[in-house]
Design a protein around this ligand. Structure first.
Ligand SMILES: [Cu+2]
Length: 123
């Protein structure tokens, strides 16, 4: 009887110990990321919500390689980037990697040169 009671209590404690992911909204437009600097805390869970008004990419190869991302979400990332058509939105669950600065850019022709760059800053 004590064992039967203890297991559900343990499950409850485990569930409440995991912090809820914080949603981070990033808008892609001609020719910027808003916000351009995304500040995260190492080891914390986030939902990266990207939405685009036009055809753009969200390329962050080093960041995506270093972050913990579930397989289903990782499938949306090709060669370190996410392609979005106008009107697209994508959600990626991430656990922030080691502290540091990780560049973001749009890889479409000339877009980064027009200012479509950003960075993750993990502290
Ligand atoms: Cu672009």
């Amino acid at each position: 009887m004590p064992v039967r009671l203890a297991l559900p209590v343990l499950a409850l404690l485990t569930a409440s110990a995991a912090p809820a992911p914080q949603r981070i909204d990033v808008a892609l437009s001609n020719f910027r990321f808003t916000p351009a600097t995304i500040e995260l805390t190492h080891g914390r869970p986030y939902i990266l919500h990207l939405s685009s008004k036009g055809g753009h990419s969200f390329a962050a190869k080093a960041f995506f390689a270093a972050a913990v991302i579930p397989a289903a979400d990782r499938a949306r990332i090709k060669d370190g980037k996410i392609e979005l058509a106008g009107g697209d939105s994508v959600e990626i669950h991430i656990t922030a990697p080691t502290a540091g600065s990780y560049p973001i850019k749009c890889t479409h022709f000339l877009h980064a040169g027009f200012g479509m760059t950003g960075k993750f800053v993990v502290g």
